[in-house]
Design a protein around this ligand. Sequence first.
Ligand SMILES: CC(C)(COP(=O)(O)OP(=O)(O)OC[C@H]1O[C@@H](n2cnc3c(N)ncnc32)[C@H](O)[C@@H]1OP(=O)(O)O)[C@@H](O)C(=O)NCCC(=O)NCCS
Length: 288
Amino acid sequence: MIMHITPLIDPARGPSGQRLVWLATGGDGRPLGTASLRVPAAGGVADLQLRVHPAERRAGVGTRLLEVATDAAADQGMRGLLTEPVRQGEEGDRFCMATGLRQVLTLTYTRLPLDGAKPTGASVPGYRLIHWDGTVPDELANTFARSRRAMDDMPMGDTDYAPQPWDVERLHAIADAVARRGEILCTTAAVAADGEIVGFTELVVPGDGRGDGQHYGTGVLPAHRGRGLARWMKAAQITRSRECFPDLAGLLADTADSNTAMRHVNDSLGYRTTHRSLLYQRDLTPAN
Ligand SMILES: CC(C)(COP(=O)(O)OP(=O)(O)OC[C@H]1O[C@@H](n2cnc3c(N)ncnc32)[C@H](O)[C@@H]1OP(=O)(O)O)[C@@H](O)C(=O)NCCC(=O)NCCS
C-alpha cells in the first residue's frame, strides 16, 4: 500500500514535555491513522497512542506508525516507549504481541454502581478530611503538591515509569485540562494535625453529572500508611458523590494487579471487575 507519513505540529509544548503527532495517509490522500507520542522533558519513557481507521486495519498502517514513533523516541533519547492500556485479547493486544512489544503491566478495571452503595470507612483519629472541586485552593496548593509524591512508589510492574516532580504549576495544569474538557475534578484529602496534606483521592465527574465518574490517583504518604486513610478518603468521596451528583450512575477505577493495597480497598468498598487491560513497552537503547 502507498502510504505517506506527515508529522503534525502540536502547539501544546510545555515545560513538562512535548507531544509529537503523525498522520498516515494513503496514495489518494485519505487519512489512514495517527500516532501520538508524549515525550516527557525529564526523559524516561514516552507514551504512545496509536489509532488506525477501522476500514484501514490489517494493512500495515499500525506497524508503520509504530516504527516512526519508535525512531522519534530514540532520537529524543528516550529509554522506551509505553503503549496506552489495550484490552486483553482484543486487537490492540494482538498487535502489540505481533510487533514484539514487551508486556509490562496488567490493570484490572472495576466499577462501583452508586445506587445502593453504602461505603464504610471508619474515620482515623488525628486526621480530618477536606474536599474541593476544580483547582486546589491557594492556601492548600503547596502542601498538596508535597503530598503528590505519595504516588511515586505506586506499583508499575516492569514499566520504566519514572516519577515526575510535582509543583503547583503542574497541579494547575491538570485541573485546567479537566475543566477544559468540561469535567469536574473532585478531590478529597486527609490532613494531619500539623495542617499538612498526607493523602488524597481524586475523582473526575462528567460536566452534566450523569454517567460514570472516573477515579484518578489515590495516594497516602509512606509515614501515614496502614491506618485506614485510603479507605476513609474513598468512602467519603463515594458518599459525597452521591450527595453532590445524584444522577451519577457509577464510579470507575483501574488499578495495577500488583497494587494489592489499593485493590483490597476497592474490593472492600464494593467495586467489581469489568475487564482487564495490558500495557506494553518497547525498550530502546539510547544513542551514544
Ligand atoms: C491496534 C491497531 C493500531 C493496529 O493497526 P493496524 O494497522 O491494523 O495494524 P497492522 O496492520 O500493522 O498489524 C500488524 C500485525 O498485528 C496483528 N494484528 C493487528 N490487528 C489484529 C487483529 N484484529 N487480530 C489479530 N491480529 C491482529 C497481526 O499479526 C498483524 O499482522 P497481519 O495483518 O500480517 O497478520 C488498530 O487495530 C487500532 O487502531 N485499534 C484501536 C486502537 C488501539 O488498540 N490502539 C493501541 C495500539 S498500541
